[in-house]
Design a protein around this ligand. Structure first.
Ligand code: PGA
Length: 251
């Protein structure tokens, strides 16, 4: 199986640049698991200084937490995917539930952002996941399927090589309440089935699907041992180097 195990941190709007450098260097110095791809999703301001500080040999990669759907123009306060690509930032996180909620990013806009990011040469960590109301109504599978189909189904199988999917149930993000390993596995299996039907077996088998939502050192091993869970997108617990290093070593 070619798909990679990934431990991705999502720092959100946390850390100053100095704190971020300290945290990234602690992770770099402490990490021994060479089989895991480590991605740090950091604020835009941190990308350039971290790029300069992190050793190429450390296997730590950087991600932006968003980008615009146009490559340039009169969009005050926005960041072009071309600027990220020119900085040699390999990944961008798109569709995080916080951006969907607070910045009104919908599936159609995300489809355009995915295109702009891929065209610029970035890889995309595409987030999906349902609210508590949707889960309680039993509509979580159809909700996630719509998020994937509306924003990714126009892509080709070869584009899909540059997509990582992060399933993040909103009710588990920052709440301390984690999906059970069974809940994570059944959704990840469903996502892989959706990918298989649309893009074929090879894409389904090769796409890394991460779980996000209150991942911590104490639950990472059991979550990551599920057959369709290929790692995590970790918020709060990625801000403490010792905790995140334990998560990295949970595969
Ligand atoms: P959390 O955040 O680990 O703090 O729940 C996950 C995320 O939002 O990516």
């Amino acid at each position: 199986m070619a798909r990679k195990n990934i431990a991705a941190g999502n720092w959100k709007m946390n850390t100053t640049i100095d704190e971020g450098i300290e945290l990234a260097l602690q992770i770099q110095d402490g990490q021994r698991n060479k089989e895991v791809v480590i991605i740090l999703g950091v604020p835009f301001t941190h990308l350039y200084p971290l790029k300069r500080k992190i050793k190429a040999s450390s296997k730590i990669l950087l991600a932006a937490q968003n980008c615009h759907h146009k490559t340039s123009g009169a969009y005050t306060g926005e960041i072009s995917p071309l600027v990220l690509a020119a900085l040699k930032i390999p990944y961008v996180i798109l569709g995080h539930s916080e951006r969907r909620e607070y910045n009104h990013e919908d599936n159609a806009l995300l489809s355009q952002k995915v295109d702009a990011a891929l065209e610029a040469g970035l890889k995309v960590i595409f987030c999906c996941g349902e609210s508590l109301e949707i889960r309680q109504a039993g509509q979580h599978f159809s909700h996630v399927k719509k998020q994937l189909s509306d924003s990714l189904f126009h892509l080709s199988a070869s584009h899909m090589k540059n997509i990582v999917i992060a399933y993040e149930p909103i009710w588990a993000i920052g709440t301390g309440e984690t999906a059970t390993p069974q809940q994570a596995q059944e959704m990840h299996e469903e996502i892989r089935n959706i990918l298989r039907k649309k893009f074929g077996k090879r894409v389904a088998e090769n796409t890394s699907i991460l779980y996000g939502g209150s991942v911590k050192a104490s639950n990472a091993t059991v979550l990551f041992s599920q057959p369709d869970v290929d790692g995590g997108l970790v918020g709060g617990a990625s801000l403490k180097s010792d905790e995140f290093l334990k998560i990295i070593n949970s595969f």
